[in-house]
Design a protein around this ligand. Structure first.
Ligand SMILES: C[S@@+](CC[C@H](N)C(=O)[O-])C[C@H]1O[C@@H](n2cnc3c(N)ncnc32)[C@H](O)[C@@H]1O
Length: 257
């Protein structure tokens, strides 16, 4: 895929990133906390979005440094001592080779043209003994969504639109073997989904994402205005309960040499 489909220029992207922070930061922070990153450490987050995780990391590693990198820094809404912002493209090469105790990326790899190259570049930024933490979606849970119209919507999203755009929404399950193939050690992780109903923050997240992508989605063979409206109707209905996508969080350590 050549182009990031949810560019920061889109109206509402700041609000959508704020919802991602609300929904996903607690899980992301919990995984980082389990990795024993010490004060004084240097951390790197790539595809930092609004910067919320890096701002939290800067406070956690003080007097160390948290580098937050993104293609586009225009939606960063944080500022913290020890937080360094850097505009950069992970496809162009490692941000700083062999320099970080922790390298993390969330919801980045399914958006890049070559996830394998991006992972190699992320791992190349680790110091010997440093830890990488990757968090990416796996759309498995929504393949059993009910009722059938909701499943038909996701079916169109997964089997036509995302394939036409070259987006791999099952990338979460590939993270561990990819890191193992690069020689990383102590690999572990977990995947989790969330249960939500219409009108909840997850329903708002999907509503906003679908509204942003609507024109593009309707160009796809299996998604039409009526199906999209039906799905948005469920997202507004508090009596509709469902599960969202899973997020797979995988961590691994670079050999100490
Ligand atoms: C879906 S957003 C996720 C933002 C944040 N990590 C989160 O989970 O809330 C993907 C982010 O990756 C950035 N991005 C996309 N391609 C990139 C690349 N090649 N290099 C660096 N950042 C990139 C986008 O600008 C965007 O901020």
């Amino acid at each position: 895929m050549a182009e990031y489909v949810l560019g920061h220029h889109l109206e509402g992207e700041g609000k959508r990133l704020a919802l991602m922070s609300q929904l996903l930061d607690p899980m992301h922070r919990r995984h980082i906390e389990s990795l024993n990153i010490e004060p004084g450490a240097r951390t790197l987050e790539v595809g930092c979005g609004n910067g919320s995780i890096s701002a939290w990391l800067a406070a956690r590693v003080a007097p160390g440094e948290a580098v937050a990198c993104d293609l586009d820094l225009s939606l960063i809404n944080v500022c913290a001592p020890g937080l360094q912002l850097r505009q950069g493209d992970i496809m162009a090469g490692p941000i700083e080779p062999a320099s970080f105790d922790l390298v993390t990326a969330r919801a980045l790899l399914h958006h890049v043209a070559d996830a394998e190259a991006a992972i190699v570049n992320l791992v190349a930024s680790l110091r010997p003994g440093g830890v990488v933490l990757l968090i990416e979606p796996d759309f498995l849970p929504i393949t059993i969504a009910e009722p059938p119209e909701a499943r038909a919507f996701w079916d169109g999203w997964l089997k036509t639109w995302s394939q036409e755009r070259g987006i791999d929404y099952h990338i979460g399950r590939t993270l561990a073997p990819r890191l193992a193939a690069l020689g990383l050690e102590q690999i572990g992780g977990a995947a989790e989904t969330a249960i939500y109903n219409g009108g909840s923050p997850w329903a708002d997240y999907w509503t906003q994402t679908i509204v942003e992508l609507r024109d593009d989605l309707t160009r796809s063979r299996k998604l039409n205005e009526a199906l999209i409206d039906t799905f948005l109707g469920y997202c507004a209905d508090p009596s509709w309960w469902t599960q969202t996508i899973a997020f797979t969080a995988v961590h691994a350590r670079a050999p100490c040499n």
